[in-house]
Design a protein around this ligand. Structure first.
Ligand SMILES: *Cc1c(COP(=O)(O)O)cnc(C)c1O
Length: 324
């Protein structure tokens, strides 16, 4: 069955490059390592939320909305890409950020302000308590808000990564490459859910391994499987069996979300200094640290190929200077 895709805007720089990491491959002495550069999607420094926002912003416009509201951590890449997409389409943008405003405005927080987003801080409260208040406030100003969930991870957002799998399989065929494992950071699950469903639709037969950033494996597995299943239904694919394709590893959560440890520091430096590629301390540094560790433990054989899906995030680096 063919997916019935909803409307989509086209602002991402696609296809993103697929490259081999020659020097990292040699250094680690394990599988061939490739990288998919979704840090280069073009939306105010890019990242994996851009593909999701092509569908989400299209839906906002279709509903006549003129103001985007979303939520995330202080250094959320999702919030920054949402602010950039809002600016690009002349929409207002309000961001509900977790915790207290920091003394230093840097990284994504600085970019949010330059992009013209309104910032709200949750303090001690839950984000889900604050978002409805911001909705009301925006409505009171006579605007029509559109709420995008955490990480842009609903069926529309995940659809961006179903199509990303179509893009990847096309590139692999053109380049004559076979990939045994895709490895990437997984948190709100939309990226992995889309890729897993895309694998079913576009006949990708490798493993798709999500390195959990902040959730126990069982929770993340359930979240990804549920979202992939719901996305299949939304795209008119009926009940597509996807749960068995969801693979999650939660061995690398360390001190928790955005707590930078030695493993992340090592991975960041290794990839920067061997390849000139910047990772981020929260997501891709952790996911790469997991990949490096798995290679060292012999999880892959020589001759196998692993694709690291770079989901972006380097815009947050300055905010973590003292941790790096
Ligand atoms: C949001 C984000 C992720 C996680 O993607 P999900 O779809 O939320 O699982 C990974 N890497 C970066 C850099 C991100 O900003």
């Amino acid at each position: 069955m063919k997916p019935n895709y909803p409307n989509r805007l086209a602002f991402a720089h696609l296809p993103t490059p697929l490259e081999k990491l020659e020097r990292l491959t040699k250094h680690l002495g394990g599988p061939d390592i490739y990288i998919k550069r979704d840090d280069q999607t073009g939306l105010a420094t890019g990242g994996n939320k851009t593909r999701k926002l092509e569908f989400l912003v299209a839906d906002a416009l279709a509903h006549g909305c003129d103001h985007l509201i979303t939520t995330g951590a202080a250094q959320s890449n999702h919030c920054r890409q949402t602010a950039a997409a809002a600016a690009r389409y002349g929409l207002g943008c309000s961001l509900v950020l977790r915790g207290q405003p920091p003394l230093h405005i840097t990284g994504n927080l600085l970019l949010n302000q330059l992009l013209g987003a309104h910032l709200y801080w949750t303090g001690e409260r839950e984000r889900n308590q604050v978002v409805p208040e911001v909705v009301t406030e925006v409505e009171t100003m006579g605007r029509k808000p559109y709420v995008i969930p955490l990480g842009g991870s609903n069926v529309l957002g995940a659809t961006g990564y179903v199509l990303a799998m179509a893009e990847l399989t096309g590139q692999l065929a053109a380049m004559g490459i076979n990939i045994d494992f895709i490895v990437m950071g997984s948190s709100s699950g939309g990226t992995q859910a889309g890729l897993v469903l895309g694998a079913r639709v576009y006949d990708f037969h490798g493993h798709i391994l999500g390195i959990s950033i902040d959730h126990p494996a069982d929770d993340l597995h359930m979240q990804v499987a549920a979202l992939a299943t719901a996305t299949a239904t939304h795209l008119g694919l009926g009940t597509t069996a996807v749960a068995s394709l969801v693979e999650v590893n939660d061995d690398y959560i360390g001190g928790g979300y955005a707590v930078v440890g030695e493993a992340e520091r090592e991975a960041l430096r290794m990839v920067a200094q061997l390849e000139g590629v910047l990772l981020d301390p929260v997501y891709t540094g952790r996911a790469m640290a997991g990949l490096i560790d798995l290679i060292r433990w012999g999880a892959f054989t020589r001759g196998q190929s692993v694709l690291f899906w770079h989901t972006g995030g380097a815009a947050a680096l300055p905010a973590f200077a003292d941790k790096l």
